[in-house]
Design a protein around this ligand. Structure first.
Ligand SMILES: [Zn+2]
Length: 134
């Protein structure tokens, strides 16, 4: 018996998928979307042009990929984002190759690093301590 929703196989006698709460069917469903079970994020950007370049690099290398669009997810959650943030994900077996190719494309700066620099410039006058002898 198979769940028509998630495709999980169950022993005979089970009538409902405990995950999906739907009645099981006798035959394995073959209309499930051919999605990769697991993907690894190899690149992300809020620049649509960079995503497009990343796509063309992966296409050129014949690496399958999916674009995870965070904007769409946020819209589903009832929120909007001003930036078109998206992530490129590939199946794990392609992750190393893809990461190597996309490394050449961009050298993303970690936002935490930028914040560190900003904090440092704020703290310049910290040595100006009060004199206890006054
Ligand atoms: Zn199910």
């Amino acid at each position: 018996m198979y769940c028509p929703d998630c495709g999980t196989e169950f022993e005979d006698g089970v009538e409902e998928c405990p995950e999906c709460k739907v009645a099981l069917v006798a035959e394995e469903p073959d209309d499930l979307e051919p999605v990769y079970q697991e993907t690894v994020k190899v690149f992300e950007s809020n620049d649509a042009a960079e995503i497009a370049v990343a796509e063309s690099i992966l296409q050129g290398a014949e690496i399958p990929y999916v674009i995870q669009n965070a904007v769409g997810q946020n819209l589903l959650g009832g929120m909007t984002r001003e930036s078109a943030f998206a992530a490129v994900e590939v199946p794990p077996e392609f992750a190393e190759d893809a990461a190597g190719l996309l490394d050449a494309l961009d050298d993303p700066i970690d936002e935490a690093v930028i914040e560190q620099y900003e904090d440092a410039s704020d703290g310049e006058v910290e040595s100006n301590e009060e004199d206890p002898n006054t």
